[in-house]
Write a protein that binds this ligand. Structure first.
Ligand code: GDP
Length: 523
């Protein structure tokens, strides 16, 4: 597929990188941005992050622990395409953020450490991608170090992820003898010591391989031939449907194989896909602007309550100064200062198209899951909320500040920092998180930004589920008879809280008319 300059939607590639911590996501991101001409020096991604972090107190948690809490968006141009790379937090305690971010991408790059193979978090993130059949390009990284056998790695992808894996390139040696990669389809070699230079060979028999691998060229030839003959041919349709992953080998640190990867993203990865809304499927090339908010980030400056809502444009053209209808409230809101996230700096955008992510500064009108349109009453599906794994009652010493705490919790819940549940029995609010670090962030922000000193207490509940029923009377009667175990979430949807998963299953079995769900789409 060639990207046409006249068609901004076909040129868009919106993707994320999924990997286990330490596999090389940050290094690869830097190198991708280099290809996009977005930054001058490798290392700038981390440096920039650090510069931003110093501006904000609450993020000192992140600094102390050396993890990335904030999801950012990086836009760069390469090969005629506009790439939107959505970064995801590395730490699993912020996985909710990651899941929501994955709801806004059309493709993913899966980075695997060649010595380690598929690790736990990669698998988990892959499963999230699979729920939406997101196509995945695989980059097997760190070939400059001792690596596992490539067949072994491919087998592992096929077995543990149930995903066909087709190597596009094949490593020539590994570790100290890593000499480059061979591309089956074109019979070309990319040498590690001659970045970007492609050498045409006559095929696997070419004498070049004797030079590249002075000992073991023949064994390598045999192996490469097996790989070429034994693997499924690359099938674009299967890739686009999420059933097959093209595999590249390289070294992000040595900036090797990254060009092949980004070329593949330009060539194979899909342009913005249609998005499912409650009433219909919205095609990316429709003329009217639509979009949904998948992330809210508080202003770095704690003295201002401004927020930036990250919206994925799903169709049409977003222009500065236009008005958009916020479906949840029915109000029109002006889009005065949409921000683009070019990796070098944040610039004011004049227009954005399907697949782009724009930052919309606001004072709290926008929430995660919100749909914006030019007037049509539709709501996008698929920005999920997960039942928390940790529940805590939040207590404040000064009773006079209870109202302020309620307001603060409401705001922070709208940002997606925590979930807040209001028990029907009138007892204090319960907060729910997926990872314990979120509790630290909440307490730090309540203190730093609202002047509220709080503490946590373990309630008698440990799990909760959203409850619903096709029979409203049965739902009402269940709620009435379990009053002290019921709470409302931010949107007023009822949840049932229980002391243990075992007890919850027992209750669920005894109430077949009620569905107990651990995932909720934002409305
Ligand atoms: P992340 O946690 O996935 O973002 O991983 P980083 O990009 O921070 O990389 C983790 C470590 O692996 C760092 O010390 C990198 O320098 C190193 N690293 C990344 N890519 C490569 C590579 O291709 N080869 C080698 N030898 N080290 C690498």
């Amino acid at each position: 597929m060639t990207a046409s300059a006249n068609d901004p939607v076909s040129r868009r590639r919106t993707f994320a990188i999924i990997s286990h911590p330490d596999a090389g996501k940050t290094t690869l991101t830097e190198k991708l941005l280099l290809f996009g001409g977005a930054i001058q020096l490798a290392g700038a991604v981390k440096a920039k992050r650090n510069a931003q972090q110093t501006r904000s107190d609450w993020m000192s948690i992140e600094r102390e622990r050396g993890i990335s809490v904030v999801t950012s968006v990086m836009t760069f141009e390469y090969g005629g395409c506009v790439f939107n790379l959505l970064d995801t937090p590395g730490h699993e305690d912020f996985s909710e953020d990651t899941y929501r971010t994955l709801s806004a991408v059309d493709a993913a790059v899966m980075v695997i450490d060649a010595a380690k193979g598929i690790e736990a978090r990669t698998r988990k993130l892959f499963e999230v991608c699979r729920l939406r059949d997101i196509p995945i390009v695989t980059f097997i990284n760190k070939l400059d170090r001792e690596a596992r056998d490539p067949f072994d790695l491919l087998n592992e992808i096929e077995k543990t992820l149930a995903l066909d894996a087709t190597p596009i390139t094949w490593p020539i040696g590994s570790g100290r003898s890593f000499a480059g990669t061979y591309r089956f389809a074109t019979k070309t070699v990319r040498r590690i010591d001659e970045d970007a230079e492609l050498l045409q060979t006559s095929g696997l028999k070419d004498p070049l391989f004797d030079t590249l691998l002075p000992s073991g060229a023949d064994a390598w030839r045999e192996e490469a031939m097996l790989a070429e003959e034994g693997n499924k041919p690359f099938d674009l349709a299967a890739f686009r449907e999420g059933h097959l992953t093209p595999v590249f080998f390289g070294s992000a640190l040595r900036n090797f194989g990254v060009r092949d990867l980004i070329d593949a993203m330009a060539e194979y990865a899909p342009s913005p896909r249609a998005q499912e809304a409650d009433k219909r499927l919205v095609e990316a090339k429709e003329p009217k602007m639509t979009g949904f908010v998948f992330k809210i980030q508080a202003n770095m400056d704690p003295n201002h309550r401004d927020r930036i809502a990250f919206m994925r444009v799903c169709s049409g053209r977003l222009t500065r100064g236009m008005k958009a209808k916020l479906i949840r409230t029915g109000k029109n809101i002006p889009i005065n200062a949409p921000q683009f996230f070019f990796a070098r700096d944040r610039s004011i955008a004049d227009e954005a198209y399907a697949g782009d992510v724009v930052g919309l500064p606001n004072h709290g009108q926008l929430r995660i899951g919100d749909t914006l349109t030019e007037g049509e009453e539709i709501v996008f599906r698929g920005v999920p909320s997960f039942a928390p794994e940790i529940l805590r009652r939040i207590l404040i010493g000064d009773a006079m500040k209870a109202k302020k705490l309620r307001e603060a919790l409401q705001q922070l819940a709208e940002e997606g920092v925590v979930q807040v549940f209001t028990p029907h029995d009138g007892s204090g609010a319960i907060v729910g998180v997926v990872g314990a670090l979120q509790l630290d962030v909440l307490a730090t922000r309540l203190d730093g930004e609202y002047g509220l000193q709080t503490r946590y207490e373990q309630p008698r509940f440990t799990v909760c589920r959203w409850i619903a029923s096709d029979e409203p009377a049965k739902l009402k009667s269940f709620i009435d008879s379990n009053g002290s175990s019921i709470a409302d979430d931010l949107d007023g949807a009822p949840v049932f809280m229980s002391s243990s998963a075992f007890q919850l299953n027992y209750d669920a079995e005894r109430n077949p008319a009620i569905t107990f769900s651990d995932v909720k789409d934002y409305q």
